[in-house]
Design a protein around this ligand. Structure first.
Ligand code: NDP
Length: 513
């Protein structure tokens, strides 16, 4: 791909925004017709964004998720701690005893230490987010017509966090040894409790803040249903702007909850959980030479297993990529379209951290050494998946940032030119790319992501279903996301979206779906 020099005004020159006078909240302007994604902005302008009015089933589903989602990470913990990570054995015991005691007796108890470690972690990450210098990045125009500025220091924060973890812990002979590198593995269960509690606290705070002290009132969305708003979020980009302005943070943008909580707590936490569990496995196997595993067709080494190494390599590539390309992330659905509620607050605190790290947790409970052919097959699947994922995402970013003045796969980019209107009534133009991977299917980045997910799961062998939870969950997540996204884009772009879908008829798998 080649970047052209000229850039478009609409998408490419992210100058500090000149904001129009803020329209009032569009709470009362939304259409009341179910799943619509269009609504009337101030002054009658037709705009887009999340405007779902929940029906009974939608609200019920959200209600059940808020109450019951936490059971899953605890169930996973219980089945790994007492049933070799077998989901069915635990379930069978529950059925056989007709009581939840087999589950209840194996869930962890909360401890103060878990909350202390989490407290240090979130405060450290907040300070790094706000004060570590980084280039400025800009999100997409919000429905109210704002272009927000971000301190894009994700990769430096990633490096700093990992270097500090390695050298302040006892990970290497040169490390200071202030705490064990297995700290997360050692306090896994109490951290699970702490992260779960933090998710509910942040979600509640976000809801109250949206009501009483919103950062950008005109970009809030209310549905009139408390549970629905609590889950999907009201504020679009809540921020804490009270941090003293020092150095790079002089713009006063402060801490953006979404970028901070998803990236610095969630993704960074996931990475350190993996690392800590890998060290734990290494030390455990070294202390128990000849440790048998009935799951491994190959004898276990007296150090780390190749499955744990491969899993960590694949996860590290994915997570480091996220931080290296943090500027790109500002224009993905998470930041550009989703509101900050329970889904982000609890999801990124507990689900992302503990359920995404489930394979590592599985491998410390069931260490396996993979046969070479299997190992390299899984590695190839993971690497190819990552390559397609990265190229697809980069192609969209390139086409948008150059307004289509670029080449993709050696040819000038092709696209459908589309228009949309923000709630201030201003019209903007953009493009929907139809070349490269975006000409093959409308979401090849999702397809590639799922290839990577399958590879992570396969590092755990084929003995148990639990590690495969991740790829099943991600498939459902990305299908649901695709459905929401297509419905939003069709509202935003109208006939131009139809024209684009005609040119690129498949969603995930060319010729099939
Ligand atoms: P995309 O990066 O594909 O963004 C979709 C948006 O891009 C649309 O809403 C639309 O926004 C714009 N768009 C759609 N089609 C085109 C086109 N042809 N040309 C240009 N722009 C287009 O999706 P996500 O933000 O969901 O995902 C980003 C990446 O993150 C993916 O690779 C995904 O797999 C990954 N991901 C990972 C998750 C995880 O938990 N591991 C969770 C979610 C995502 P608009 O036109 O309004 O700008």
């Amino acid at each position: 791909m080649k970047r052209a020099t000229r850039t478009s005004k609409a998408e490419a020159e992210p100058e500090p925004p000149v904001l129009p006078p803020a329209p009032a909240s569009n709470e009362k302007d939304e259409k009341k017709d179910g799943k619509t994604v269009e609504f009337q902005g101030k002054g009658g302008a037709k705009t887009w964004g999340r405007a779902h009015k929940p029906n009974f089933m939608g609200a019920l589903a959200v209600y059940l998720m808020i109450i019951f989602c936490p059971i899953l990470p605890f169930y996973a913990y219980a089945s790994c701690s007492a049933y070799e990570c077998s989901i069915t054995n635990l379930a069978q015991d529950i059925v056989a005893t007709q009581s939840i005691l087999p589950f209840w007796n194996n869930i962890p108890t909360p401890s103060v230490q878990g909350f202390q470690i989490l407290g240090v972690w979130v405060v450290f990450q907040a300070l790094v987010y706000v004060y570590l210098p980084g280039p400025k990045g800009y999100g997409q125009l919000t429905p109210a017509g704002k272009k927000l500025e971000y301190n894009v220091n994700g990769f430096s924060a990633y490096l700093l966090t990992h270097v500090l973890f390695v050298f302040l812990s006892d990970m290497t002979p040169y490390s200071a040894g202030f705490f064990p590198a297995t700290i997360i593995a050692d306090h896994y269960s109490s951290l699970l409790w702490a992260c779960c509690a933090a998710g509910y606290i942040v979600a509640t705070y976000a809801y109250i803040k949206a009501r009483v002290a919103p950062t950008h009132p005109e970009d809030r969305k209310f549905t009139g249903n408390f549970v629905f708003d609590y889950f999907w979020g009201v504020e679009f980009n809540p921020r804490e702007q009270w941090f003293p302005k020092i150095g790079q943070n002089a713009s006063g943008e402060g801490l953006d909850w979404k970028l901070y909580w998803v990236g610095r707590h969630g993704m960074m936490g996931w990475s350190l959980i993996n690392l800590s569990l890998a060290v734990y496995q290494h030390r455990f196997l070294a202390a128990h030479p000849g440790h048998p595993s009935k799951f491994s067709p190959v004898a276990l080494p007296s150090h780390i297993t190749n499955s744990m190494v491969l899993l960590n390599v694949l996860h590290t590539i994915y997570i480091a990529d996220f931080f290296y390309n943090e500027d790109w992330y500002l224009r993905t659905i998470d930041i550009a379209h989703d509101h900050f509620g329970f889904m982000f607050a609890w999801g990124d605190s507990t689900w992302l951290t503990f359920m995404y790290a489930l394979q590592s947790f599985y491998l410390i409970n069931n260490p396996i050494e993979l046969p070479p052919v299997y190992f390299w097959t899984v590695a190839a699947l993971g690497f190819v998946g990552y390559a397609i994922f990265r190229i697809t995402n980069a192609q969209k970013d390139l086409a948008r940032s150059t307004n289509g003045n670029c080449t993709i796969w050696g040819k000038p980019a092709t696209f459908v030119r589309a228009e949309y209107t923000t709630s201030d009534g201003v019209k903007h133009d953009t493009l929907l790319l139809t070349s490269g991977f975006w000409g093959i299917a409308r979401h090849m980045n999702y397809t590639a992501d799922l290839m990577g997910c399958l590879a992570y799961c396969m590092t755990c062998g084929l003995s148990h279903a639990m590690p495969y939870f991740y790829v099943i969950y991600m498939t459902l997540l990305l299908l649901g996301r695709n459905y929401r996204d297509e419905s939003r884009c069709s509202g935003k772009y109208g006939d131009k979206w139809k024209e684009y879908c005609k040119q690129v008829p498949y969603v995930l798998i060319p010729g099939i779906f």
